[in-house]
Ligand binder design. Structure first.
Ligand code: SF4
Length: 351
């Protein structure tokens, strides 16, 4: 079973897997790491444009480590899950400061870096150094739990650990670097292209003859994961401060923790009553003007963002921030829904 599955995936990847992605073929850990982080929670088609732009601006780990965080966030704007960008920046600085600018060469050490989990560490180690370790992200969990008809509930860490051991056991001790690259990419491709969440294409799967879930016609029963995170809806009031003289909007940095951490945004208030009061530090305030709410979904919650606009003659808030007068000035780290809202208003509205 071990070598049969491994060899089938390697062979299949070489014939039918993806080969044209810009990060493929590289054994440069910086490029592989960047692609792996960008691909977490994000589709390949979305990542493609960002990856090239990012590499042009930050061609190596030193360039990224020495850049201001705001520049990194600005370039990440629209990719979502901004904690990835903050970790990316911190990880680059750690590689430069503690590892002399060279990424560590084994999964165990890679995992000690900020933002690099066990599966990402395994991917970098396998692609770049040929280490015989298996990746096990969400897609690969699905493939392997079906292959093995693994009935343990992955919500329990003990079961997740057992699956991890079984994933490692599928990698032969004598696998070569080239095989490890094809196998790792093959697992990714299988999860993304064949063994999909619903209606897996078992007829095209190289593991069909050894897949236990398929033999039992129980593909849909795996993986077993009981914990369901309940979505909730939250309403946020956005205090939009606009300068009457030139129509500029005031944006301020979000706190370093929590949603949109470190990005620029309007002040967020959690009560409508507060939003209906003129902003502290404003003079000559006129309003409020209630705009249509913006709906935005995060991983486990739906946000209803209610912009409440105040036109002011002058504004002297306590914290830092900046005025934005034109679309060209939106070259900041901004949450995607606020960027879209501002772009529309700045492009169309006169002061
Ligand atoms: Fe997934 Fe079907 Fe392949 Fe089994 S045979 S691994 S269920 S695609």
């Amino acid at each position: 079973m071990v070598s049969r599955f491994f060899e089938a995936v390697v062979r299949w990847q070489r014939q039918h897997g993806r080969h044209d992605l810009p990060w493929q073929g590289s054994t440069d850990p910086y490029r592989v790491w960047l692609s792996e982080i960008m691909l977490q929670q994000t589709q390949v088609s979305t990542v493609l444009g960002y990856y090239d732009r990012f590499l042009r601006r930050f061609p190596d780990v030193q360039a990224l480590a020495s850049a201001p965080l705001q520049d990194v966030l600005a370039l990440w704007s629209g990719l979502g899950y901004y904690s990835r960008a903050r970790h990316l920046h911190r990880c680059a600085q750690t590689v430069v400061q503690r590892w002399g600018g060279q990424f560590p060469q084994c999964a165990k050490d890679l995992q000690s870096l900020p933002g690099i989990g066990s599966s990402t560490a395994a991917a970098i180690a396998a692609f770049c150094y040929g280490e015989r370790v298996s990746i096990l992200d969400g897609n690969v969990q699905r493939v392997l739990t079906r292959l093995l008809a693994f009935e343990g509930d992955l919500a329990q860490s003990a079961n997740a650990k057992v699956l991890w051991q079984q994933a490692q056991a599928l990698v032969p001790a004598d696998a070569t670097h080239l095989q490890m690259r094809a196998y790792t990419q093959g697992l990714m491709d299988l999860g993304a292209l064949v063994c999909k969440r619903s209606r897996p294409a078992c007829g095209r799967c190289p593991a069909q003859s050894s897949c236990m879930a398929h033999a039992r016609q129980q593909e849909g029963d795996f993986p077993v994961k009981t914990r369901q995170l309940r979505r909730r809806t939250e309403r946020w009031w956005l205090q939009v401060v606009r300068r009457a003289a030139d129509g500029a909007y005031w944006l301020q940095p979000r706190p370093a923790q929590g949603i949109w951490a470190g990005l620029h945004a309007f002040a967020v208030l959690d009560e409508g009553e507060a939003a209906a009061q003129p902003p502290a530090g404003a003079s000559g305030a006129e309003g409020p003007l209630w705009h249509d709410p913006i709906r935005h979904s995060l991983t486990h919650r739906d946000l209803v963002l209610q912009p409440v606009e105040w036109r002011v003659a002058a504004y002297a808030p306590e914290g830092p921030g900046c005025w934005v007068r034109s679309v060209a000035e939106l070259d900041l780290g901004l949450p995607a829904p606020l960027r879209a809202w501002l772009m529309q208003r700045l492009a169309s509205a006169a002061p």
